[in-house]
Design a protein around this ligand. Sequence first.
Ligand SMILES: NC(=O)C1=CN([C@@H]2O[C@H](COP(=O)(O)OP(=O)(O)OC[C@H]3O[C@@H](n4cnc5c(N)ncnc54)[C@H](OP(=O)(O)O)[C@@H]3O)[C@@H](O)[C@H]2O)C=CC1
Length: 247
Amino acid sequence: MAWKGFKEAIVFKKVQEDKNVSSFFIKMKDGSTLPSFIPGQYIAIKVKMPNGSYSKIRQYTLSKNYNEDFYRVSIKREPEGNVSKMLCDNVNEGDVIEITAPIGKFVLKDSDRPLILIGGGIGITPMLTMAYDAAPKGRKIHLIYSIPNSDCHSFKEEIESFRKYDNVKITTIYTRPFEKDEAEKRFDLKGRINKEWMMENLPVDGDFYFCGPEQFMRAIYHNLIDMGVDKEQINYELFGPGQDITK
Ligand SMILES: NC(=O)C1=CN([C@@H]2O[C@H](COP(=O)(O)OP(=O)(O)OC[C@H]3O[C@@H](n4cnc5c(N)ncnc54)[C@H](OP(=O)(O)O)[C@@H]3O)[C@@H](O)[C@H]2O)C=CC1
């Protein structure tokens, strides 16, 4: 059952996904069943600071299959982010945090159109839950993941595992690959995703969902408009106090 406000939850597993990203696997402290959520939704989290006061409230997208009996959030440690630093550095297995029930309107809509999921950096998290939902249903999916290099390549095996579905295509973009990344061919495309590549590789009749840094989102939005994609097919969410990306 969903609840109002915050409720205590326990981190029962913590996984370091890459240099900066940690995943937290969460269950309710009182053992109650977690409400289901729609792919793309997030929970808000607050955490007790060492001085006993509560941190600010932050929203983190759920990043794992919605029909598991736990929630997973995956958090990038931001040097300036007090809450993400507190969580990544000091919250460990067995610790209690406070969470809301899942919320959010950036969710996967029912459709038979090809589904194009584009994640920039930690913005891949809502794309993962959307892919978990759509892949087994046979919908044609193109999952595109842009990261600087192998130091930031979270969820590598997890994303690779989607290849078991014939209907899923994966493109990994490294914008600043190391020499070893080039030598070991760890990516499909080098450099920032751009309009030429999108025009050649993405269907105009698809449903597009994307999330990532503000400039990344603005570029993708305008490329899609230039390609002639209908605004109804363009879905995105900007976290934080960003500017309007359509301008
Ligand atoms: N539901 C939501 O809305 C969520 C939103 N987020 C947001 O996602 C963002 C992710 O940030 P972070 O992980 O630091 O991302 P990074 O700074 O690591 O960037 C991710 C990728 O985007 C590329 N990129 C940046 N600008 C452009 C552009 N104009 N055109 C094409 N590619 C571009 C980067 O290339 P390059 O290396 O060249 O810079 C890089 O490959 C955060 O701002 C976070 O708030 C995160 C989770 C959920």
